[in-house]
Write a protein that binds this ligand. Structure first.
Ligand code: PMV
Length: 330
């Protein structure tokens, strides 16, 4: 029995300028560029073993067999690797573990597909560049492209498959920011992001957001490089609300916010009036990410804890790139 095995780890990321909508759904080419921070305290570790004796791909996530939809998505992604490596017909055993709860508004698909891509390529004997790995991870989940390079990363729209990848704009050590994730719901979202991206064009606000996105990203990147949280915070709040306005005006509409989401937004505004420098952003769900400098994180966390309806709080600083690790999960 011949086996080719590798293990990789990757961090999820939080987008400051969001990706919402594709110009090519099959290739996951985004409608707009995006900018994010890897979350270094959170990670997914994945082992991939190609095994000629296996009849079909076997996928385990957090010690549970993956449901059929998840298994099919992983298999589809592995096919891209198999095609490139000449391994068509060779199935794989995939074991993946997260050190954070899934379904709490942290994109486990970003770290999941970045770790899967890095491990599968190494196991298949492919020696790809970071750009090639990022473009490949993008095919599994768009935001996974941003989890491949380290620190603060920018995903370029590109002209086609090979040129739409993410690159680092600053290392993790550039700025000691915190993402304080305020969990107000643990319910599995009814409409996942893959379906949501397809609905974006049905909103008449989508084109306006896409038109504004590149200039917003450039301004946000300048503020990030200058470590100017007030300038960056205003932009990330504006972009998150613009994205949710697109979602809410899609046909059918997508309402991810709950009353608790709005309560956190209003609390953040009043905390700023008290002199606490903190800004919010929200992904495709009701939970709110609070972005602040490390020195303010304890205060922000304490204030968030005191809000009604808060179920949990997770905190992470910036993180490095996806990487291969020693040892396997099975
Ligand atoms: O990578 P996906 O398909 O899970 O989409 C991510 C979408 C948002 O989290 C809402 C925004 C982003 O850029 O991460």
């Amino acid at each position: 029995m011949q086996q080719y095995k590798a293990t990789a780890m990757a961090h999820p990321n939080i987008a400051f300028i969001k990706y919402w909508g594709n110009r090519d759904d099959e290739l996951r080419l985004p409608a707009n560029p995006s900018l994010s921070m890897n979350l270094g305290d959170l990670y997914t570790t994945t082992t991939v073993a190609f095994d000629e004796m296996l009849e079909q791909d076997e996928v385990t996530i957090d010690d549970q067999p993956a449901d059929e939809a998840a298994r099919a998505r992983v298999s589809g992604h592995l096919n891209l690797v198999r095609d490139r490596a000449g391994l068509r017909g060779v199935s794989a055993r995939v074991v993946s573990r997260n050190n954070f709860p899934i379904g709490v508004g942290i994109a486990s698909s970003a770290s999941g597909f970045a770790a899967l891509t890095a491990a599968a390529c190494a196991a298949a004997g492919l020696d790809l560049t970071e750009r090639e790995l990022s473009a490949l991870a993008r095919r599994g989940s768009g935001s996974a492209s941003r989890s491949m390079p380290g620190g603060y990363t920018e995903w370029l729209m590109g002209r086609g498959n090979a040129s739409s990848f993410a690159r680092s704009v600053a290392p993790a050590g550039h700025w000691d920011l915190r993402d304080v994730v305020v969990v107000v719901s643990r319910e599995h979202k009814a409409v996942g992001s893959s379906r949501g991206h397809g609905m974006a064009v049905s909103s008449s606000l989508h084109a306006a957001r896409v038109t504004a996105a590149s200039a917003m990203l450039d301004a946000c990147k300048r503020a990030l490089l200058a470590r100017d949280l007030a300038a960056m915070g205003a932009l990330i709040e504006q972009d998150a609300v613009m994205m949710h306005a697109v979602m809410m005006t899609s046909r059918p509409p997508l309402y991810y916010w709950t009353p608790e989401t709005m309560a956190v937004i209003q609390a953040v505004q009043s905390w700023r009036a008290d002199g606490v420098t903190v800004y919010f952003t929200i992904d495709a769900g009701p939970n709110v990410h609070l972005i602040c400098e490390a020195a303010a994180a304890t205060e922000v966390q304490a204030r968030a804890h005191a809000l009604p309806g808060v179920l949990d709080i997770l905190v992470s600083g910036p993180g490095g790139p996806a990487r291969l690790v020693e040892g396997h999960l099975f």
